[in-house]
Design a protein around this ligand. Structure first.
Ligand code: FAD
Length: 195
């Protein structure tokens, strides 16, 4: 990152967070001893990295914790007997358990150096769309508390406000979910590749 020709420009989120940057590489020269993998085989390296990024176990475990916290919130706030809330929580709990199992399967493949491109793409789609669903449920259940982030009135550590604004991110980043579905169709199911 200290090489001549590298420029980093921050991309602030509308939430005020700074997580991402634009990185410009202008005529940057790197000694050949730093090549990762083989010369002209960079795409294979990128594919493995993309698989790691898409396997998203951090999002999955965030969902597991989020579900525990929202159940606690409902129990503590006289909401746990509402049939609509019970129905939505029961529904998302099934999906969270399924994606947790799938993400452990992918982590196990990675641990054995058997990178499953299709399975990583499947976790990416499943977990990102669940995060969006979770953010919607969390914000519906918290009501006005859901828009409060850092104040004594904030519930669930103020996460609802952030989740609601940022839950679209994993649907787009790491390659959009439409592209992941294309990868699954081609690479996983053997359908013809789209140009
Ligand atoms: C918060 C965030 C963080 C990011 N972080 C990084 C990062 O760290 N590094 C990095 O390199 N990039 C990063 N990106 C960029 C991200 O990978 C791209 O935005 C993403 O891959 C989509 O590409 P695009 O924006 O060019 O959309 P496009 O490719 O122009 O797609 C536009 C729309 O058309 C659809 N579409 C496009 N082609 C097809 C097709 N063949 N079939 C069906 N539908 C299609 C897409 O699904 C999408 O809905 C980030 C993006 C976001 C939002």
């Amino acid at each position: 990152m200290k090489s001549k020709g590298i420029t980093v420009k921050g991309i602030p989120y509308m939430t005020g967070a700074h997580v991402y940057n634009e990185v410009y590489l202008d005529d940057v020269h790197i000694p050949s001893k730093y090549i990762v993998g083989q010369e002209n085989e960079g795409w294979a390296v990128v594919n493995v990295l993309a698989g790691f990024e898409r396997s998203n176990i951090d999002i999955v475990m965030g969902l597991v914790r989020g579900l525990e916290e929202i159940v606690e919130f409902c129990n503590a706030n006289n909401l746990s007997k509402d049939p609509l809330i019970r129905n939505r929580l029961g529904d998302i709990a099934c999906s969270i358990e399924a994606v947790r199992t799938l993400s452990y399967y992918v982590a196990d493949q990675q641990n054995r150096n058997e990178m499953g491109l299709m399975d990583a793409a499947a976790v990416k789609i499943f977990s990102s769309e669940l995060l969006e669903k979770y953010a919607q449920i969390q914000s519906d259940i918290l009501g006005p508390f859901g828009i409060v982030k850092s104040s004594p009135w904030a519930k669930m550590r103020g996460t609802a406000e952030y989740n609601y604004q940022a839950c679209f991110v994993p649907i787009v980043s790491m390659g959009t979910n439409e592209i992941q579905r294309n990868i699954i169709a081609w690479y996983g199911l053997g359908l013809p590749r789209m140009k």
